[in-house]
Unconditional design. Structure first.
Length: 291
């Protein structure tokens, strides 16, 4: 999707952090953007930013809880009414569910998976049929994490599970969506300056009762970003490049390459020898080696 100017993007979690960085980069590339976010204070500050950049006419905003499917449908209606269509969907909204797996309860798993994974599913099911019917091609972006492919920190079971699923989703739908001229990219960011640490403060009541991670979330909310963590706007520009080039993987931090190499080497070493007769019976050829 080389032509971005004059087209429209819809970004969940778009009013702060990585979502806002992507929104800013897409607007500067000439796109119209609707940012969807749960927090009205973040929406207000984001709109102030675009006003200061003299780009506010290209941007609209809507409050959205990505677990609310009816709300998603209303937001899509609003995007089509405002801009006449959507060509890029960015499933970016996420929450940082952190804590020992032994303390993690159904409430914690439900919240983390329903936002980080279910929110992307809701976006896909809501927007994809409309984008296909629109007949103008487009692009899907899923914000996963390097935690999907490298050993995540202790206490990241819920988060890493959801992000690994987003990686698998992106890989599995890419070929099929290409038939509709819709590309797919999956973002695999490392440490960025975001507000994800504050998510526990806004955990809905239905996910708060019975949680075993309240104390951890309260402590996490006070954590400061490290000065060497990356600027989300940098990832925004990488996302623009990936959309234009129809690049599947967007990896932000080369420092994690060694962990990925170790992981994949161990996986490859675990494979038994190939049985040519079984391959033949399965009707599959040996896959090509990467260049």
């Amino acid at each position: 999707m080389e032509q971005l100017e004059g087209r429209t993007a819809f970004i969940t979690g778009g009013a702060s952090g990585i979502g806002l960085g992507i929104a800013r980069a897409l607007v500067e590339a000439g796109m119209q953007v609707m940012i969807a976010d749960l927090r009205p204070d973040h929406i207000a500050s984001a709109m102030e930013l675009f006003e200061s950049l003299q780009k506010s006419r290209q941007v609209a905003a809507v409050e959205l809880d990505v677990t609310d499917r009816a709300g998603f449908a209303r937001a899509a209606d609003e995007a089509w009414a405002r801009f006449g269509g959507v060509h890029v969907l960015v499933n970016n909204a996420g929450v940082g569910v952190t804590g020992s797996v032994a303390d993690t309860t159904f409430a914690d798993w439900d919240w983390g998976l329903e936002v980080n994974l279910g929110g992307a599913v809701n976006g896909l099911c809501t927007f994809l049929p409309r984008m296909i019917a629109q007949g103008e091609g487009g692009h899907l972006v899923n914000t996963a994490s390097l935690s999907a492919i490298t050993p995540p920190p202790r206490g990241s079971a819920v988060y890493a599970t959801a992000k690994a699923a987003l990686l698998a989703m992106s890989e599995s739908i890419r070929e099929e969506l290409a038939e509709h001229r819709i590309g797919v990219s999956v973002l695999l960011p490392g440490p960025f300056k975001t507000n994800i640490r504050e998510a526990g403060r806004y955990r809905p009541a239905r996910y708060r009762e019975g949680s075993g991670l309240g104390a951890v979330e309260a402590k996490l909310a006070k954590r400061e970003d490290a000065p060497d963590w990356a600027d989300p706007y940098d990832l925004g520009r990488m996302t623009v490049d990936a959309i234009r080039a129809d690049r599947l993987y967007v990896v932000t931090h080369g420092e994690f390459r060694g962990w990925a190499e170790t992981r994949f080497a161990e996986i490859l070493a675990a494979y038994p020898p190939v049985d040519p007769e079984l391959l033949k019976a399965m009707g599959r050829r040996r896959p090509p080696r990467p260049e």
